[in-house]
Design a protein around this ligand. Structure first.
Ligand code: SF4
Length: 134
């Protein structure tokens, strides 16, 4: 895992500094090692339902319990009541909790909208990405 991690990091600009990111070009994702899965992942109620982590009834009637349960499971870090979005939990490496050791999303088919739309529609810097293809 550490070899993957060291190799991976040489392929990115400062992930936490969007102003340093190069412009995104079609095809970049083909060789990327999931750098976007290290960003802050903000998901909606619908995303959680698609991931089968809850259902519409629980969201409507037991939101506090849901937040408590998902926090305990470390699936979410927090809930933002202002925009109604949940912040996904992270591993110590900053990777999303759904990223496996081969840097593949374990929930790819059901992944959140934010993941589907990065970096063209949703991004800390729209149209830019921290990945630098070699
Ligand atoms: S849900 Fe999947 S695609 Fe989205 S950040 Fe997590 S690992 Fe990456």
């Amino acid at each position: 895992m550490s070899a993957i991690k060291n190799t991976r990091l040489t392929y990115y600009t400062n992930i936490k500094k969007p102003s340093s990111w190069p412009k995104y070009k079609k095809g970049m994702c083909d060789t990327c090692m999931a750098g976007c899965c290290m960003l802050i992942i903000e998901v909606t109620h619908d995303d959680l339902i698609r991931l089968k982590l809850t259902d519409a009834w629980e969201i409507e009637n037991c939101l506090k319990d849901l937040i408590k349960r998902l926090k305990k499971l470390k699936i979410i870090k927090r809930y933002n009541s202002k925009n109604g979005k949940f912040i996904f939990g992270k591993k110590k490496s900053s990777d999303c909790i759904f990223l496996d050791n081969n840097r593949r999303c374990m929930e790819y088919k059901n992944r959140p909208e934010v993941c589907r739309n990065h970096p063209v529609i949703v991004s800390p810097k729209k149209g830019f990405c921290p990945y630098i293809p070699k």
